[in-house]
Design a protein around this ligand. Sequence first.
Ligand code: CAA
Length: 265
Amino acid sequence: MADYQTLRLEFNKPRPNVVTLTFDRPDALNALNSQVSSDLKAAIAEIENNISEVRAVVVTGEGSKSFVAGADIAEMVKLTPPEARSFLHDIQQTFTRFENLPIPVFAKINGYALGGGLEVALACDIRIASENAVIGLPEVSLGLIPAGGGTQRLTRLVGEGHSKYLIMTGARLNAQEAFRYGIVSKVVPQDNLDEELDKLLDKVLNHAPVAIGSAKFAIQASFNESLNSGLEIELDEAVRCFQTKDLREGMSAFLEKRKAEFTGK
Ligand code: CAA
């Protein structure tokens, strides 16, 4: 296991076959500096290397105040344009690797998710937030634009009009507002965040793992493909499901009025 300085990667937490990745720089509200970027790259590689043992990833921040308060401004202010390109390119690429994992990735947003913090959450599949969460892309207030995928993923999520509004005003949304925009799927009291995440894990992980992976892959394809090739990908993934024992089990269980026992095969 790699030695991480700025995050914790815990396998089998909060339950077997789930990995929790916690950004752990609470003194800087878990802001992303180059060390976090390098730790994150190693962490995602560790998850990828153990993917057969992992059914879901949970991404969160240490403490009760912040998920991730964005890229580290104290570090960024010193960057030359080529250094900025390298830092931001690394962040973009690493966030995309979360999106490409064949398993669901949950963002447990426990406070500030600003700038690069919201962008890492946008690369996750499902976002659940505590009531104290504050969400936004304030980069223009720093003379920058969102560059951890924010201009692309927020626009795909909420549409051009809302995205331009949120990015150009740098608005900070509270959790309920973020819910109304469709940026988070669930808002819960902070004290119940772990319990509600657990219920969400139950709901998703009780289903057939191959079907969940196929659904994620086909949905992702809708961003990169035309409708016709997206439909072809959807069809291929559905046929892949037909090749699994889990599909027989799921359909038989329905017909026999019993609970399905999925094995991931
Ligand atoms: N970078 C570096 N340090 C940060 C930080 C960041 N993004 N966010 C917070 N910190 C540090 C503060 O400097 C402070 O450190 P000190 O105690 O040493 O002074 C500590 O964390 C606590 O922060 P505050 O005292 O500011 O706490 P607060 O409760 O008053 O405010 C906040 C919280 C509203 C989140 C405020 O800290 C803030 O606005 N942070 C910056 C948010 C931001 O602009 N993020 C976007 C960054 S750019 C980006 O992300 C680019 C990209 O697209 C990848």
